[in-house]
Design a protein around this ligand. Sequence first.
Ligand code: RFL
Ligand code: PHB
Length: 391
Amino acid sequence: MRTQIGIVGAGPAGLLLAHLLHLQGIESVIVEVRSRHYIEHRIRAGVLEQGTVDMMIETGVGERLKREGLVHHGIHMRFNRREHRINLYELTGGKAITIYAQQEVVKDLISARLAAGGQIFFEAKDVSVDGFNGTTPSMRFSADGKTHELTCDFIAGCDGFRGVCRPSIPAGVLTFFDRTYPFAWLGILVQAPPSSDELIYAHSERGFALLSMRSTEIGRLYMQVPADADLKDYPDDRVWRELHARFAIDGDWKLTEGPVLQKNLAPMRSFVAEPMQYGRLYLAGDAAHIVPATGAKGLNLAAADVRLLSQALADYYSSGGTRLLEQYSQRCLRRVWKAQRFSWWMTTMLHRFDTDNAFDQRRQVAELDYLTGSQAAMKSLAENYVGLPWD
Ligand code: RFL
Ligand code: PHB
């Protein structure tokens, strides 16, 4: 089997890359370890930046997003039992975020890809990549009971943080930058109308909590728990009790409970691998970098990476030029590091650290107080939150 671009992973990065390449007349094949059903139901991100939304609409995969996505013009910050709204729309000259679940993005991209005759191998086993340090990259995998070898011009490693592409790069080539946090997020999906029209980021002495949603009928709530927390220690009533306490404000606001449809834990980590390329293997999305979810940036960064990669590959196939391919890593990393900084800042401002003393806690509250009282500070948050310009 032969194609132009071999793509490992059918997450947002791999699927969007295949779609953007197709629009430029470039062929690709995607190889994915999980089943279609699994990736179409994996619950993860919810917040799309303005640029990600615009890109989906402009490239013809935004019809359902336009119909079903919830456009939000602001977010709320809660601390000291009070709520403060940040008007993203006004502070950014008319930009917004859209709530549209990652698995819906994945569904839309899979159906567009298959409708265009694209090939995706689901439930592939023993996926490996080879030859990318020379001129003949290849991928091997088994699917449908057969072993396949796919030769290609380039490989795109879009296989997430635990994929095979990054570890296939020889030792010593990449430099890793990382930070782990002493907490994780416990997330619940709730069958009840969200208790706020807009997201609420809550700082409290008991730790961070976040109110988000998936639709007008389904809520999504998160709370900070210790990094080694075990779900069995968090029955629903304990989670609700904790959420009520963390969101509490003076006034008559109430958190509406409902049946918990799903409960999971997500680790918090910052990670960057540099450079994002070796030979003819290009890394994109979580395969190259991870941000703590507090900034809602991971999926959006994956979209920004593959936008640049598709442009660089289009330039290569149309003119033979390699300049954009050579610049790929450097151009991505400028944006990645800004998102790293923002996500780290949001995380450290809002979470409770065991090592914090009373000074640190006062300082955190002062930071939130400054943020919500300063147009300049709110504008800085807003422009990062809705998404920095692509380049
Ligand atoms: P993915 O989505 O992990 O996709 C990688 C795909 O590769 C497959 N794979 C392999 N395939 C073939 N061979 C192998 N050896 C393979 N190994 C793995 C996997 O099965 C998978 O299908 O990476 P991608 O495409 O880079 O996308 C990144 C995003 O998924 C991620 O950054 C976001 O979910 C992060 N994130 C958020 N991002 C946002 O932009 N906005 C948000 O609101 C937001 N909220 C979140 C989040 C992540 C969270 N968790 C669970 C960590 C909230 C949470 C709780
Ligand atoms: C979500 O809705 O899943 C979500 C929202 C905001 C975040 C992270 C996750 O910062």
